[in-house]
Design a protein around this ligand. Sequence first.
Ligand code: SAM
Ligand code: DTB
Ligand code: SF4
Length: 336
Amino acid sequence: MAAIRHDWTREEVLALLDLPFADLLARAQAVHRAHHDPNAVQVSTLLSIKTGGCPEDCAYCPQAARYHTGVDATKLMELDEVLDKAQQAKADGATRFCMGAAWRSPKDRDIPKVAAMIAAVKALGMETCATLGMLTPTQTQALKHAGLDYYNHNLDSAPEFYGQIIHTREYQDRLDTLAHVRDAGLKTCCGGIVGMGETRAQRAGLLQTLACLPAHPDSVPINRLVRVEGTPLAGEVELDPFEFVRTIAVARITMPASMVRLSAGRAQMSDELQALCFLAGANSIFHGEKLLTTDNPDCDRDAALFARLGVHALQVEVEAATAHVEVVENPEHADA
Ligand code: SAM
Ligand code: DTB
Ligand code: SF4
């Protein structure tokens, strides 16, 4: 087993990113196999429970009100509709349901509504995740109390690059919410986006910051920028696919026990590139034909890819009454 370290230096992380590709993948595979079943991939489904109209100015985001991206702002979804979507996601093989809202931070009056959604999804026997923006400690505790398992809150970039992407909040705001999430006993889902014009050294900065958090995030989503027309990053040059794989590999090496999620951008990737990401240590995906507002691969395409690679969906049993979660492997789901 690789040691779980929280003292990675920038130089060490950059040296990993700089390795010859074959050496880097061999190291990542060794760490991956020591800590995880290399043929099991955890499957989450996303639902946008409140879309668009966001006051923040994140340069990548189609949901920021100030950009003209064609995304219409909606109200918070009704509980019944959320439950229908969660049931569908479960039937399609997802074990975790992640509810996302285009908020800078929720209002206190929104919390009971989201709490009811969390409790209802949990009662289906699914793991629950939410991503609602910045939280206060009291809001975080209320979500935990409702049965929330994971909170997604990304650092998104290196601290020194953040100011080029977002001007409406500080990096420290993100770190503060992550601290509230850990303090409430929630699992953290925290990663970033690559392909926003950052340098390799800045990708090292993101990975080093994630790996030096007080606890490694339980789940580390690595998003490849989806270039959405109307956002300031729409014309960004596409990141070299091998550089994306390197980022996954270094996330795997620096955070050995975490689930590394091959997140946004899969619809624009070939099957071969996704397979390289799994070889580099990715072991989680978003499943279902939409992310929040942009496209994700068709379910049929994912099922075919899993079957071709001999990959099976990681099975998770959730006892809603006790909120006890047990992970069991089920190889019968090879063609799920
Ligand atoms: N508003 C909340 C927040 O910002 O934390 C939650 C929703 S926000 C859409 C969740 C994450 O989606 C962002 O942190 C970012 O990593 C990712 N994201 C948004 N737009 C993206 C894009 N165009 N490409 C890749 N990832 C994106
Ligand atoms: C994460 O890191 N990626 C997901 C999830 N966490 C919330 C969101 C991706 C959004 C991509 C753009 C969109 O579909 O609007
Ligand atoms: Fe708003 Fe989140 Fe999009 Fe930023 S990433 S504009 S906070 S929805």
